[in-house]
Design a protein around this ligand. Structure first.
Ligand code: NAD
Length: 460
């Protein structure tokens, strides 16, 4: 039976969109069609695939206004939507360069037997399933799909059922480009659709929560296909006594509230040298108090609505748990119900400790919990006391001092004297540590290389 899924508008709280989930039979049909198309696609020179993806970029830019409007309807937020479309365009350029480098001819390698030469060709996984989340719906749908296509794979893509309004515009961009729809299909659906995709794919890219990541890793392992997982975070920031407190406060506030806190690399824990903790909190609170809600109009401020009522409930539960255990609310602190949506102003907490959920679990809201530390060893121990290992930030008077801390952090990327630089410098290869992910980097040259297997050719 056809499954319909109602989609809630985060600004009004009303259901104003319905999708039809693709079932296992439709997924199997799509997979057969894509496998057929992939053979010619993979056999074509990389330059031909680059030309197709560059044409796709132009199609995206031509439809930029439409896509932004649909992403605004999906998320209720403005700035992230615009940034996403531009990030997709620049990401395509970057991936094209990585693809050209990946397929550049290499000289035959020497072997111990002088009569044998060794070379290799690169064989793409025929069909890659890409399953993406709601928080940056457009960028995270394409961040893995584009490099996989450039590698020579066909891609079956399923964005989140919570933010699907942009899918028709994305399909229109695909249709605009001759040769692309044979190797890229975008389906609508929920977890059941996603699970059916893993049953037919040769590799899977997943961005989302740890719980779903576990299920996907298990399903992929049962079929012996690789799963590239990009999961949650609980990113720490460390502020040393020598840091410029104004710079640190501005960057941390931005890094904690970016996209209403709906970001995997949001700064969700702040550790400050006790000698400067009071001054830091005062500076941070003053800045936080000036940040406005994007309400009633989407352009009225920086902080948009919390994506769902369930997510608002989870954020509220973290706040209540922290306050019950002794945390002090310095700014914000109340989830406000406005016009059917739920909003939280930047919320600075002090008096927090690691018994609190807000310091242990991913909150995914604009909360900045600040904890004082004594000495670098304690700062590092606190920052590493987490199941996650996505990224971190360190603020200090000199880069050397900050890097001494950075080298001790169990995370895949550290921004020094800024926040979330991985988002701004996405060409740099990085991995995700601990529960934050598994598999080769989705950034830098491995973003393309990971979809290719090397076939050694040994000639006597
Ligand atoms: P989610 O795990 O609930 O869902 C993500 C996707 O998985 C959706 O498309 C969903 O339909 C699909 N899905 C659900 N169950 C499935 C199953 N059993 N099999 C196959 N597919 C299934 O995550 P979400 O709430 O959409 O996203 C938020 C999470 O994503 C946060 O934890 C966040 O930190 C993480 N995230 C990580 C990164 C990163 O790069 N590390 C980036 C953005 C978001």
């Amino acid at each position: 039976m056809t499954k319909k899924i109602s989609v809630r508008n985060p600004r009004t709280g009303e259901t104003d969109h319905i999708i039809t989930a693709a079932d296992a039979g439709e997924i199997a049909d799509a997979a057969r069609r894509l496998r057929d198309g992939q053979q010619e696609w993979a056999a074509s020179p990389v330059e031909a695939r680059v030309a197709v993806l560059r044409a796709f970029k132009e199609a995206v830019l031509r439809r930029r206004a439409d896509i932004v409007a649909l992403l605004e309807a999906d998320t209720g937020r403005r700035w992230a939507s615009e940034i996403e479309v531009d990030a997709v365009a620049s990401g395509i350029d970057r991936a094209c360069e990585f693809a050209e480098d990946t397929f550049a001819p290499a000289p035959p390698a020497a072997t111990p037997d002088p009569e044998v030469t060794a070379s290799a060709d690169l064989v793409a996984y025929p069909l890659v399933a890409v399953i993406s989340p709601w928080n940056f719906p457009f960028q995270l749908a394409l961040i893995d799909a584009v490099p996989a296509l450039l590698a020579g794979s066909a891609v079956l893509l399923k964005p989140s059922e919570m933010t699907p309004r942009f899918i028709p515009a994305l399909r229109a961009c695909v249709e605009d480009v001759p040769g692309l729809s044979g190797v890229l299909a975008v389906v609508e659906g929920d977890g059941a659709t996603g699970a059916a995709m893993i049953d037919v794919a040769d590799a899977v890219c997943f961005t989302g929560s740890v719980g779903t990541g576990r299920a996907i890793a298990a399903a992929a392992a049962a079929r012996f296909i690789p799963a590239f997982l990009e999961l949650g975070g609980k990113d720490p920031a460390v502020v040393t006594a020598s840091a410029d407190l104004g710079t640190a406060a501005s960057a941390i506030l931005w890094g904690s509230t970016i996209n209403s806190g709906h970001s995997c690399m949001s700064l969700e824990r702040v550790y400050v040298d006790r000698r400067v903790a009071d001054a830091f909190v005062e500076t941070l609170a003053a800045k936080a108090g000036r940040v406005r809600l994007a309400y009633p109009g989407i352009g009225d401020g920086e902080i948009g609505p919390i994506i769902t009522a369930a997510q608002a409930g989870a954020i509220r539960a973290h706040l209540e748990d922290a306050v019950a255990k002794g945390a002090r609310v310095v700014t914000g602190g109340t989830v406000e119900e406005l016009g059917g949506g739920a909003y939280l102003r930047p919320t600075v907490l002090t008096g927090v400790d690691h018994t609190m959920r807000v310091m242990r679990e991913e909150t995914f809201g604009p909360i900045v919990p600040v904890m004082a530390y004594d000495g670098e060893d304690e700062a590092v121990a606190l920052a590493n006391d987490t199941d996650f290992g996505l990224s971190a930030a360190v603020f200090a008077g000199t880069a050397e001092e900050a890097l001494a801390v950075a080298h001790r952090l169990e995370v895949g990327a550290v921004s020094v004297n800024d926040a979330c630089l991985t988002g701004m410098v996405p060409a740099v290869e990085k991995n995700s540590f601990k529960l934050s992910g598994l598999g080769a980097s989705r950034m830098g040259p491995p973003s393309v290389r990971r979809f290719l297997r090397r076939r050694a050719l040994l000639v006597r």
